[in-house]
Design a protein around this ligand. Structure first.
Ligand SMILES: [Zn+2]
Ligand SMILES: [Zn+2]
Length: 372
């Protein structure tokens, strides 16, 4: 099958010239016990893919990236009886074993065997099913969707409505799950509160939509790019603020001291700093960022107690994918979450390098690679 291989992290920009992703003919083993062979239909381009390409999120090489994917089941490995060929599945980028402590506590995003497999570049079983010239290739967080086919753990796949176009279905696997989940599950924003969202990519705009859905009274969208602020306004932001030196004062003035919930979705420490600084006394700052492991975040420790401030991380939107992906799809189908508005460009497997330049330059919202 055709697949885009990343051989090396940290190539120079533009990627259109340095070509970190190379399309090759790759071998794929059949699915083992508890695994599925999926024909990939659509895979989004996410900041976390870019973070592997640029080296912010170091992973074993070589690797086939792409984790926001939707496709059709082709073959079920031994032991799978609840899926059949032609079922449409969306991949969740943390496989959940179902039996470790976080899984049993209802926090599958923190699955321990899942995190170990993702870090090692294997499937949940520990296997690598991908080879190039007989040498194993690493899986990207259990998915590797920049390929015509993928073998994935059953525990990475969520069955969804087959009538949903795959390029829309794919978005529910990362952008929507992460952004909506951060509002609904991590922050648990009550109706009538004030919310700020810093960083308006696919995840941030999903959070804007969710804040609108749950009835936030004030939704302040913050980004450096004017066009993204305009998209946020169309998706329910009540005000927009250009990120920059004046942003803190501007938001504090607008909200009499800060927002109840500030959500940081730009994947950078300065953005987290901004989100923290615009959170009001007693408020909550949520971050879905995955900056480089060496980066540090500093704040006056006294504010945690003296202002009863809460700082929370949100991974996979604190979601239970098997519960939340079908829920969010149903909200989309009822017109409550206009997820299709996130789509900016449809690209081919061969156009990924140029498309990652657009993502790195913040010139797009959510691009999706499709095979149709
Ligand atoms: Zn992602
Ligand atoms: Zn687990």
């Amino acid at each position: 099958m055709k697949a885009a291989i990343l051989n090396e992290m940290g190539r120079s920009r533009p990627y259109a010239n340095s070509k970190p992703l190379v399309v090759e003919e790759v071998d794929l083993d059949p699915p083992g016990p508890g695994e599925l062979l999926v024909k990939i239909k659509a895979t989004g381009l996410c900041h976390s893919d870019l973070s592997v390409i640029n080296g912010d999120r170091p992973r074993p090489m070589p690797m086939i990236l792409g984790h926001e994917a939707a496709g059709e089941v082709v073959e079920c490995g031994p032991g799978i009886s609840d899926l059949k060929p032609d079922d449409q599945v969306v991949m969740a980028f943390v496989p959940s074993c179902g039996s470790c402590l976080p899984c049993m506590e209802g926090r599958p995003a923190l699955c321990e065997p899942g995190a170990r497999a993702n870090g090692a570049g294997t499937l949940l079983s520990g296997a690598r099913r991908l080879q190039f010239h007989k040498k194993p290739i690493n899986h990207h967080i259990g998915v590797s969707g920049y390929a015509e086919y993928a073998v994935v753990s059953r525990r990475s796949a969520i069955k969804v409505d087959a009538s949903l176009p795959a390029h829309e279905a794919a978005l529910f696997g990362c952008a929507v799950l992460t952004g909506v989940g951060a509002v609904v599950n991590t922050a648990k924003v009550p109706a009538g509160c004030s919310v700020a969202v810093v960083g308006l990519g696919g995840v941030g705009l999903s959070a804007v939509m969710a804040a609108n859905l749950v009835g936030a009274a004030e939704i302040i969208a913050i980004d450096t790019v004017q066009e993204k602020l305009e998209v946020a306004s169309r998706l329910g932001a009540t005000r927009t603020v250009k990120a920059g030196p004046d942003a803190i004062k501007e938001v504090r003035d607008l909200t009499e001291g800060g927002v109840d919930f500030a959500l940081e979705m730009a994947s950078s420490v300065p953005a987290l700093q901004l989100a923290f600084d615009i959170t009001r006394r007693g408020g909550t700052t949520v971050t879905a960022s995955l900056p480089h492991p060496d980066h540090r975040f500093f704040f006056p420790a006294v504010v945690l107690a003296a202002e009863e401030r809460i700082l929370k991380g949100s991974y996979l939107g604190s979601c239970v994918p098997v519960r939340d992906i079908p829920r969010y799809i149903s909200l989309y189908q009822r017109g409550k979450l206009p997820v299709d508005k996130l789509l900016s460009e449809i690209v081919s497997l061969e156009e990924l390098n140029e498309a990652f330049d657009r993502l790195a330059d913040a010139r797009s919202i959510r691009q999706v690679m499709t095979f149709y």
